[in-house]
Design a protein around this ligand. Structure first.
Ligand code: GLV
Length: 326
């Protein structure tokens, strides 16, 4: 048997990443675009020294038991890592890594696109044309809301939140944000961004964008009480993780006119979408496309492979997942 390390890859990733992994060890890769079952994942990872995971792979005690004590690293091909039980990995000395940075612009682009789509009713307009419905330019036809001079409230001012703020500022919006701690004064000044409490952000923003990580602390962070605070003319955009927003409460807020609309790239129980959302013309719904560009996915695969290879070589990986903040 070869003494090269064994590397499992739980989903198809671009060649740019696979190449590096093949140079390093013996690679077993899930060779289908379908998501493997839990049992298939557990079979694949048995005996692996490194596992490269997609965000659809659950890494918990059962996964770690299946892999075995030789496992050194779980390298997630995503910036979000709520699919990984970090404490369980740490308890077994397994290093965890993710892919921040390389998907910042692509994800901020999608957030800005959703801001524009929902405020200008672009999904609705496209549906009218595709359905072959009669339409005619008209002074009062399908009017949306302008965003210039309006306040964008960003929940979670990390890399993606800041990149979205830069885009929104270029569109003439003003920026408010809520974060565990203030961003650097130079960034605040550059963006003209104002730190405020979550309640104030919900109450005063014209568009609220969710850009924070998902954890038990942010589960249903946006629910009925928050919709009650929002202006009836305000919109919600979520490009982070679905369960940060209580989808049933959102459907209620959209149907009752409590808020004006929502743009969603992520959903509570992906790939299932709450049936109520499908009936809301004021909801723009796209299937988790935040990082879905060829360039970004290549960069994510390369970084994830680099992380795994470094740990296997006994070198610090470029982007370890930081320990949770207290
Ligand atoms: C995508 O959702 C990611 O977390 O990278």
């Amino acid at each position: 048997m070869s003494d090269r390390p064994r590397i499992a890859v739980t989903g198809r990733i671009p060649h740019a990443g696979m190449e590096l992994l093949h140079e390093m060890g013996e690679v077993v890769a899930w060779d289908s675009l379908d998501v493997p079952s839990v049992q298939q994942v557990h079979e694949m990872v048995r005996g692996a020294h490194a596992v490269v995971t997609l965000l659809t792979t659950k890494v918990d005690d059962a996964f770690l038991d299946a892999a075995g004590p030789q496992l050194k690293v779980v390298s997630n091909v995503a910036v979000g890592h709520n699919n990984i039980d970090l404490a369980a990995c740490a308890a077994r000395g397994v290093v965890t890594t993710n892919t921040p940075g390389v998907l910042t612009d692509a994800t901020a682009d999608i957030a800005m696109a959703l801001v524009l789509m929902v405020t200008r009713r672009l999904g609705e307009g496209e549906r009218v044309i595709r359905r072959g419905e009669p339409w005619q330019w008209g002074m009062f036809y399908m009017l949306g809301s302008g965003i210039q001079g309006r306040r964008l409230g960003i929940i979670g001012m990390g890399d993606i939140g800041q990149a979205l703020a830069r885009r929104a500022k270029a569109f003439g919006m003003t920026i408010a944000y809520s974060n565990r701690r203030p961003v650097a004064p130079a960034v605040e000044a550059e963006l003209g961004a104002q730190l405020m409490s979550l309640d104030e952000l919900f109450a005063t923003s014209d568009i609220v964008s969710v850009n924070c990580p998902y954890s038990p602390a942010t589960h249903h962070l946006v629910s009925t009480a928050q919709f009650e605070l929002m202006k009836p003319t305000a919109y919600l955009v979520n490009t982070a993780r679905g369960p940060i927003v209580d989808e049933a409460a959102l459907v209620q807020a959209l149907q009752s006119g409590r808020i004006a609309g929502a743009g969603l790239d992520v959903f509570e129980a992906e790939p299932t979408v709450h049936p109520g959302l499908l009936e809301c013309d004021n909801a723009v719904l796209v299937p988790h496309l935040g990082s879905a560009t060829v360039e970004t996915r290549n960069a994510m695969a390369r970084l994830a492979a680099h992380n795994a290879v470094n740990v296997l070589s006994g070198v610090e990986p470029p982007t370890p997942i930081p320990p949770p903040a207290n």
